[in-house]
Write a protein that binds this ligand. Structure first.
Ligand code: LMR
Length: 399
């Protein structure tokens, strides 16, 4: 027997929140856990453009035969346009390969496998805090990891100087995992000046960026949010990018993502792509088709693309509105609670600067579900539940 030597491991800290929320019977319960967008009615609806694309596919798709390990070529081209815009030098030089992957997670996994193939002793530097699964993926591949300072959860402060200080210890050839926009979990992003400085810093030290971009469009706009990707790919010879379309197309369960590699030359790029495709073949052989086909159809049609951008604008605006309403209500209900920083941050996530006991009280006494470290999904707030949430948070500040 071999299947008898293990002890049970705990749930993933994000997925655990969903399990707790589902099990709760309080009619006032609020889910601020997993990073899924909800509309003004608290519903994760299917985008209109996605429905149209699906209808198109039902009518026009003629086969369910295999695609290929690289996935849908139209999707891969569309991903490159979203990430790089129309005329990025790396694209013109033929130094870019995009491979469709099962979600952003699949993209990170393939990227990490390729790093392991190229430099098995590379260290993956990961922001503290981060999306916990970055560690899970690195462990799965067998890459070493080290944290770098990024954000002080207790003070609600972005630690750019601390980040640079820590990254000074990275060795040439180490890989730095960066969140392209809407940092998960802090919502704190680098400014354009900081991205520029970081790119120069990394180029001087021969550090390789691995940009995880899962929320393009949720900070300031599709092109604006690609700034880091485009700038790093101009300044550095090698960049790895994992991108997800779960959030900005709201097709979470369809698992549409990609990994994009920029190599130093077109020749190297061809060789590198062959190794990445070998990794794909060995792990899942080929990616699922449906979500990527939907994205490719929307982005390949000018009218649908414009409609989709409007849908992304609407999601972004609603999250920003909830951020501002939260800050306003907290300032009224608990003037010294100090949540102003939430209005400045990007994307779905922010931390509540609360103690572990206060967070547990929100979860257990008020059925407001969030990660145990205080990460909240702002998109889980609606005009109907925000008063309940801010009352509960304010109650923690009353003695
Ligand atoms: C999150 O951070 O909540 C999302 O990216 C969902 C996930 O898979 O963890």
């Amino acid at each position: 027997m071999i299947f008898n030597g293990l002890s049970e491991v705990g749930d993933d800290p994000i997925l655990l929140v969903s399990t707790m929320y589902r099990a709760c019977t309080n009619p006032n319960k609020v889910d601020l856990g997993v990073g899924v967008y909800k509309d003004a009615d608290g519903v994760t609806a299917i985008l209109k453009t996605v429905k149209k694309a699906e209808q198109y596919l039902v009518t026009h798709q003629e086969t369910k035969g295999y695609i290929s390990p690289a996935g849908n070529p139209d999707f891969n081209m569309a991903v490159q346009k979203l990430l790089f815009g129309d005329d990025h030098p790396a694209l013109k030089e033929g130094r870019v390969t995009t491979i469709q992957a099962p979600g952003g997670t699949g993209g990170i996994r393939i990227g990490a496998e390729f790093i392991k193939t190229c430099k098995p002793d590379a260290t993956l530097w990961i922001s503290d805090p981060t999306w916990p699964n970055h560690y899970g993926i690195a462990k799965g591949v067998g890459l070493k990891t080290k944290p770098y300072r990024y954000y002080d959860i207790k003070k609600g402060e972005f630690l750019y100087e601390g980040m640079i200080e820590d990254l000074k210890q990275a060795q040439a050839g180490d890989v730095i995992v960066l969140h392209g926009c809407c940092h998960n979990a802090s919502g704190a992003d680098l400014s354009v000046e900081q991205w520029n400085e970081l790119a120069d810093f990394m180029a001087e030290r021969d550090l390789v960026p691995f940009i995880d971009i899962a929320y393009q469009g949720f900070a300031n706009g599709i092109d604006e949010d690609a700034y880091a990707v485009r700038h790093f790919c101009e300044k550095l010879p090698e960049v790895m990018i994992a991108s997800s379309y779960s959030k900005n197309f709201a097709i979470y369960r369809d698992r549409a993502g990609a990994v994009t590699l920029v190599s130093a030359t077109a020749e190297l790029n061809k060789v590198n792509a062959s190794h990445m495709l070998l990794a794909v073949r060995g792990i899942y052989s080929m990616p699922p088709d449906h979500g990527a086909a939907v994205v490719a159809h929307i982005l390949g049609d000018d009218e649908l693309r414009a409609e989709w951008e409007a849908e992304v604008d609407e999601m972004r605006s609603r999250v920003k509105e909830m951020r501002h309403l939260f800050v306003k209500q907290m300032a009224e209900k608990a003037p010294n609670s100090g949540f102003g920083y939430i209005g400045e941050q990007n994307g779905m996530f922010s931390f509540l600067t609360l103690t572990a006991e206060q967070i547990q009280s929100l979860i257990h006494d008020h059925s407001i579900f969030m990660m145990a470290n205080g990460r909240v999904n702002i998109a889980g707030l609606t005009k109907s539940n925000i008063g309940y949430v801010t009352d509960a948070v304010a109650s923690l500040f009353k003695s």
